[in-house]
Design a binder for this molecule. Sequence first.
Ligand code: XIL
Length: 347
Amino acid sequence: MPKNRLRLVGALATALVAAGLTTGTPAQAHDRPATLAELAQRHGRYFGSATDNPELTDTAYTALLGSEFDMITPGNGMKWYATEPQQGVFDWTNGDEIVNLAHKNHQRVRAHTLVWHSQLPGWLTGREWTADELRAVLKKHIQTEVRHYRGKVYSWDVVNEAFNEDGTYRETLWYKMLGPGYIADALRWAHQADPHAKLYLNDYNIEAVGPKSDAYYQLAKDLQAQHVPLDGIGLQAHLALQYGYPTTLEDNLRRFSRLGLDTALTEVDIRMILPATEEKQAQQADWYRDLTKACLAVRRCVGITVWDYTDKYSWIPAFFPGQGAALPWDEQLRPKPAYFAIRDALK
Ligand code: XIL
């Protein structure tokens, strides 16, 4: 690598250089290892990471975020509580910050999420609505947000986490007041507001074939029969070593593919009960390798996103006490066995 580039990258890159990871552009591809994004691109896939606004002041963090990935998801910045904190008052600050950063780094954006039961603002959950009122609130939120990001995002997670584990509809405020038709309505409204964005339904524990993924399979077929705009199914893939690997993942991806739908692994992390022993990290690496291979094996699996890339900013320890070490880079931003396993699978 030429001296002037090293100087540009600066002291912060010392650790990365030591690890053999530098932040070049494709023009320098011959003198540094390919990024996960570049390796994925060779297969016509993307490799993405979630990120969140508070982390963006960490320059060592943003250096890797900006170089290793070609797809970005805002972990929180586009959720309802953030974007419509008062009824009819929209705040794009956090979402825009991430979209602008991604575009500066020539990355695309998986936008997340429009309709969910969680992280809703108090004004919405703190009172009763009639069905007509709630439908109007939902329509306005979707159309205003999707219109704001029109042409700037690759896809939308339109509805998030709509089903229970047994494949019945989750009794959210949307379902209870509007019935199951809220999903088709949301997709139609989003499509009107940005006809080019890919529209997804997204959920966890739908990696394997089972009652919950069957519910999505059936719903997808029903929506297609009604000509509702639906482009893909997002499998969050928040996996945990103690629950076993979803061995039917590839078959599951393939059945959605056969419906003519895209699929994506949208929020991947593989947590473990701490401490993270060498053995657990090796098993985790195997799982990262296997899920990457599963996506590559299915034509319409368009890409993989990790739910942030470093244990430093993982949501896991706060939500699953005693668990963690779920991501391919450790808290010091050093690549773990999982990172090398992903590279292996992409090679
Ligand atoms: C998580 C964020 O990462 C956290 O920062 C936040 O406190 C809670 O939500 N499924 C999803 C994501 O679809 O939106 C969630 O993100 C993780 C689970």
